[in-house]
Design a protein. Structure first.
Length: 613
C-alpha cells in the first residue's frame, strides 16, 4: 500500500505520462528516420527478395500438399494396413483376395528355409502375399512374429535405421553409428538374441540389398526371416527368392469386385462385376495392378458408374491418336494416380516410359534416343532403370518394348501427363527418324538388286533387307497411327509420315510383298489426312494402280490410275499419266494410251525418272 497524498499536493502521474509521451515520440521519430534510411539502402531489396522467396515456398508447399492428398485417398487400396507407431508386431491382412498358390508356396518355403524373399515389381502385391503367408504361420513361431516396414512414410530406411528399429523391438543394443563395424556388432547382438528362439521376422518394402545385408546370411537356427521387395534384391546371400507377377484375369476381377463390395452403395442394386465381361477388359487396361484395380473397383461402386461407361472412357484415352485432344475422365485420372510403381521412377524414366508408348512395336536404341531427344548414353541408363523395375523388356535386335500388359496403361500416363504439344513433338521426332532411315535404306535397294541370299548378311546399317525385315512391324504401326482419327495429322508430323509411307511402299514393291503393299496404301487412303490433302490420296491411288497392273489386272489398274490423275498435282499427274498410259496399252486402248503418255512426257522433267511401272 502507498501513503495518502496531502490535500494540497497535485498527483504526479499526469506529469509522468506527459514526459513519457514526449520521450517516446522523440525516440519513435529517430527510429523511423533510421529505419527509413536503412530501408532505402538495404531493406528495400531484401524485403522484396524475402517476399518473393516466401511466395515461392508457399506455392511449392501447396503443390506438394495437394499431390499428397491425391495420392492418399479414402479407398481401401492397401491390402496391408501399416502398423501404428510403437506397435511393431505382425499386422493381420484386411480383405486379402487370391494368390492362394503363391501364399502356399511361401508358407512351404518358410518351413524349410531360414530366409525367404517374396520378389516382384513394385505395387504387384509382394507385401500382401508376404504378410498373408506370415499370418498363416503364426502358430509355428510361438516366441513372436514381428513386422517392420522399411519404407514407412515413403522414405526408405538405411541399414543403421533398420538395425536400430529391430533393436528397439527385440530389446538388443542398437548400432552406435553407421560404420560397418558398428552395424556388424549390432547385427551380431540380434543374432545372439534370436538364436534358439522360434521367431518370425517380416521385413516389408525392402528397396535395396544394403538395407538388409547386415542381417545376411541368416545364422539363427530356428528364427525365420521373410522379406518382401523388388527385383533389386535378386541374388541375396542365403535367401531363397519366390517371384510373383501381376494377378491373373480372374484374380484381378475378384479384386475389383471385392473392393466394390466394401464401398458404400450408390445404387440399391448394382451389377455383379464377376458376371460383366467389361470388367475383365477394365482390369487389363489397368495392367492388372492390384492397387489400381482395387481403387477403381471401390470408386466405381461408390459413384455407381456403369462398367461399360468406365471401359469406354479408358479405351477412348488409350486409342485416340496422340495428336487429338480429349477430356480425361475421372476414372482414367484415378488409374494413373494409383500407379505406385510408376511414381517410384525418376522423372526422366517416367518421361521415357510415357514416350515409348507412342511406339506400338519394339524400337532400337537410336530410335528411342530420337524419340526422347536425349543422348544415347543417357537413354541407356534410363532403359536400365525401366528394365530393373519391369516396365520394359528386351526384344531381338537390341530393341526394347513396353511390356504388353503395361502398354495401354502407359498410354493412359501419356494422355494424362504430356500436353498435346509435347505429344505431337515426340511423334514428329519418331516419324522423322524412321522416315530418314527408311529413305536411306530404300535408296540402296536398287544397288543390291533382288533380295539377297539370307545365308550371308551385311551389318544392319548396310543391309536394307535386314533393316526393313527387323523394323517392319514398327514402320507399319507408325503409318497406321492416323487411321480412324477424327482430325488430320499436324503439319510437322504429316510431312514425315507421308515420306515414311512412300519409302515403306518402295521396299514392299521391291520385295514383291504385294498384300502388305496394298494394306499400306489403303491405310493411307482411310486417314483424314488423305481427305484433306489430294496429293496424298493421288499418290496412294497411283500405287494401287501400279500394284494391280503387276497383278495382271489392267482394268483395276486403269480405274485406280484415273483417280490418281484427277487428284495429283502437275508432277504427280505426269507420273500417274505414265502409269495410266501403260495400263491402257495393256487393255489395247492405243489412242488413249498414246495421249496420256504424250501428256506425261510434256509434264515430266528430263531428270525425273520416278514412278515408272
Amino acid at each position: 500500500m502507498t501513503a495518502p497524498t496531502g490535500p494540497g499536493r497535485p498527483p504526479r502521474w499526469p506529469i509522468l505520462v506527459a514526459v513519457g509521451t514526449l520521450v517516446s515520440g522523440v525516440a519513435a521519430n529517430l527510429a523511423s528516420n533510421l529505419l527509413s534510411e536503412l530501408a532505402d539502402s538495404v531493406l528495400g531489396p531484401a524485403s522484396i527478395a524475402l517476399a518473393l522467396s516466401g511466395a515461392v515456398g508457399w506455392v511449392v508447399f501447396e503443390v506438394r500438399r495437394r499431390r499428397a492428398d491425391r495420392q492418399v485417398g479414402v479407398e481401401p487400396t492397401d491390402v496391408v494396413a501399416a502398423p501404428a507407431t510403437g506397435a511393431p508386431t505382425l499386422p493381420y491382412p484386411a480383405g486379402f483376395t487370391g494368390r492362394e498358390a503363391h501364399v502356399a508356396a511361401v508358407v512351404d518355403l518358410l518351413a524349410r528355409e531360414h530366409a525367404v524373399a517374396v520378389l516382384g515389381r513394385r505395387g504387384v502385391g509382394t507385401s500382401a502375399c508376404a504378410v498373408q503367408a506370415a499370418n498363416l504361420c503364426r502358430d509355428d513361431f510361438p516366441d513372436g512374429h514381428y513386422y517392420l516396414d522399411l519404407r514407412r512414410g515413403g522414405r526408405p530406411r538405411s541399414a543403421r535405421q533398420v538395425l536400430a528399429a529391430l533393436a528397439r523391438i527385440l530389446g538388443t543394443t542398437p548400432p552406435s553409428s553407421g560404420r560397418p563395424d558398428a552395424l556388424a556388432e549390432a547385427a551380431d547382438a540380434l543374432r545372439r538374441h534370436l538364436d534358439g528362439r522360434k521367431i518370425l521376422l517380416v521385413l516389408d518394402n525392402v528397396d535395396r540389398p544394403a538395407q538388409v545385408r547386415p542381417l545376411l546370411p541368416p545364422t539363427a537356427r530356428t528364427c525365420r526371416l521373410l522379406i518382401a521387395g523388388g527385383p533389386a534384391l535378386t541374388g541375396l546371400d542365403g535367401v531363397v527368392a519366390h517371384w510373383i507377377a501381376e494377378p491373373g484375369p480372374a484374380e484381378a476381377v475378384e479384386l475389383f469386385a471385392a473392393a466394390g463390395q466394401a464401398a458404400p452403395a450408390a445404387r440399391a442394386r448394382r451389377a455383379d462385376p464377376r458376371a460383366d465381361p467389361a470388367v475383365a477388359s477394365i482390369v487389363d487396361l489397368c495392367g492388372r495392378q492390384p492397387r489400381t484395380v482395387r481403387a477403381l473397383g471401390y470408386r466405381t461402386a461408390q459413384h455407381g458408374w456403369r462398367h461399360s461407361d468406365v471401359l469406354d472412357a479408358l479405351r477412348r484415352a488409350v486409342e485416340t491418336p496422340p495428336h487429338q485432344r480429349i477430356t480425361v475422365s475421372p476414372a482414367a485420372r484415378l488409374v494413373t494416380e494409383r500407379d505406385t510403381a510408376y511414381r517410384a521412377l525418376s522423372p526422366e524414366a517416367r518421361r521415357l516410359y510415357r514416350l515409348m508408348s507412342l511406339s506400338p512395336a519394339p524400337v532400337d536404341r537410336p530410335t528411342i534416343a530420337a524419340l526422347a531427344a536425349r543422348r544415347p548414353e543417357r537413354v541407356a541408363r534410363l532403359l536400365d532403370e525401366l528394365a530393373a523395375a519391369a516396365f520394359v523388356a528386351g526384344a531381338p535386335g537390341d530393341r526394347y518394348e513396353i511390356r504388353p500388359l503395361l502398354a495401354r496403361y502407359a498410354r493412359l500416363h501419356l494422355r494424362d501427363a504430356e500436353p498435346v504439344r509435347q505429344r505431337v513433338a515426340a511423334q514428329a521426332r519418331l516419324t522423322r527418324h524412321l522416315a530418314k532411315r527408311a529413305e536411306r535404306h530404300a535408296a540402296n535397294l536398287a544397288a543390291l538388286g533382288s533380295p539377297p541370299d539370307r545365308e550371308w548378311s551385311l551389318p544392319l546399317d548396310d543391309d536394307p533387307y535386314g533393316w526393313f525385315d527387323l523394323h517392319q512391324e514398327l514402320l507399319l504401326a507408325v503409318v497406321r497411327v492416323p487411321a480412324g482419327a477424327a482430325e488430320t495429322l499436324p503439319r510437322r508430323v504429316r510431312r514425315w509420315w507421308f515420306r515414311l509411307a512412300v519409302a515403306l511402299c518402295g521396299w514392299l514393291a521391291h520385295a514383291d510383298r504385294l498384300d502388305e503393299w496394298e494394306r499400306v496404301c489403303r491405310t493411307v487412303l482411310a486417314t483424314p489426312t488423305a481427305d484433306d490433302r489430294p496429293e496424298i490420296a493421288g499418290w496412294a491411288h497411283n500405287e494401287l494402280g501400279v500394284l494391280r497392273r503387276r497383278r495382271h489386272d489392267p482394268q483395276g489398274a486403269a480405274a485406280a490410275l484415273t483417280l490418281a490423275v484427277a487428284e495429283r498435282g502437275r508432277r504427280g499427274t505426269a507420273q500417274a499419266r505414265m502409269n495410266l498410259g501403260l495400263a491402257l496399252l495393256d487393255l489395247g486402248q492405243l489412242d488413249d494410251a498414246v495421249e496420256h503418255l504424250e501428256l506425261s512426257r510434256r509434264h515430266r522433267s528430263a531428270a525425273d525418272r520416278a514412278g515408272h511401272a
